[in-house]
Design a binder for this molecule. Structure first.
Ligand code: G3H
Ligand code: 13P
Ligand code: ZN
Length: 323
């Protein structure tokens, strides 16, 4: 059993409390490889932002769960050696079983998500409560989910979103004991969040549902998944240098800024990192076809990622300077 506290990690409880009181959101950035992790911690150290390092089941499979855990431990050591101190949580994204959550907790995660949102309501409650009962023994925090986002969540593909029903949230939180709740108010996973014609605005998030939820569970930490903005400069670079991503569109940053000022205290961003990295790799390989050293194209991709994460912390989530 690895105790996350021995690695210098923290759970999300204190982070969320401060974020709600301060009107900002903690960035939850996914990583699958070394360059992404380096970029996340560099950007968060340079902007003095708390951060949630997010690992999905797919990331564990891709990068190897043991290596990922040591990478996170290495990241904590780098932060310590730099002389800066920022709160860092290591979080399982979209855990789909009790066993997976237990395995993460045993290997040093400080926070887990159990995503029972595709299950019938009572089964979601039972599974979430089982994870909470285990996690809380080790002071690990748990995120649950109510409502379904459109897009792809691991292997679950939802054609349509089902907004969270505000009538359920109080009961769910009370019966499960979760520490935070992911809700569905119009965001969706991936790079194709809305079907809009050129020049058309994307539909606004359902702030009315969010407000209703906040009334039912005042001050309770709310999480937004599927919150990439699908930055058009990266989509344009990808298309320019041989990619094919027509119609890719995300959540406008001003809407996320508004959400961050509410009880939304964790904002999940994965696709924007994928886009920044892919755009720079395509550009570098196109402009320097003689390159065959991965450092020559992954290095610039990492630089661009740092720039993008700093921008999110400073201008969108408001987490810069809050460490
Ligand atoms: O919400 C899902 C995250 O973007 C993780 O994606 O399962 O492909 O690693 P993944
Ligand atoms: P995006 O696909 O919008 O980046 O969402 C990421 C996410 O919700 C991870 O859980
Ligand atoms: Zn998600």
């Amino acid at each position: 059993m690895v105790n996350y506290k021995d690695l210098g990690l923290v759970n999300t409880r204190e982070m969320f409390k401060k974020a709600i009181a301060g009107g900002y959101a903690i960035p939850a950035y996914n990583f699958n490889n070394m360059e992404q992790l380096q970029a996340i911690i560099t950007a968060c150290m340079e902007t003095k932002s708390p951060v949630i390092l997010q690992v999905s089941k797919g990331a564990r499979k891709y990068a190897n769960q043991t290596l990922l855990r040591y990478m996170a431990e290495g990241a904590m050591q780098i932060i310590k050696e730099s002389g800066t101190s920022i709160p860092v949580a290591l979080h399982l994204d979209h855990g789909d079983s009790y066993e997976l959550c237990v395995s993460c907790i045993e290997t040093g995660f400080s926070s887990v998500m159990i995503d029972g949102s595709s299950l019938p309501y009572d089964e979601n409650i039972a599974l979430t409560k089982k994870v909470v009962d285990y996690a809380h023994k080790y002071d690990v925090t748990v995120e649950g989910e109510l409502g379904v986002l459109a897009g792809i969540e691991e292997h679950v593909v939802a054609e349509k979103s089902h907004y969270t029903d505000p009538n359920d949230v109080e009961d769910f939180v009370k019966k499960t004991g979760v520490d935070s709740l992911a809700i569905s108010i119009g965001t969706s996973h991936g790079a194709y969040k809305f079907k809009v014609k050129p020049g058309e605005e994307v539909p606004p998030l359902r702030f009315d549902i969010l407000e209703e939820i906040e009334k039912r569970i005042p001050g309770f930490p709310i999480v937004l998944h599927g919150a990439s903005s699908v930055l058009q400069e990266y989509v344009a670079l990808i298309n320019k240098y041989g990619g094919k991503m027509e119609g890719a569109v995300g959540v406008p940053e001003d809407q996320l800024r508004k959400a961050a000022q509410s009880a939304v205290c964790k904002i999940n961003i994965d696709s924007d990192g994928r886009l920044a990295m892919t755009a720079m790799v395509r550009k570098e390989l196109h402009e320097h076809p003689e390159n065959f050293d991965p450092r020559k194209y992954l290095g610039p991709a990492r630089e661009e990622l740092i720039k993008m994460y700093k921008h999110k912390n400073e201008n969108v989530l408001g987490s810069a300077g809050k460490a």
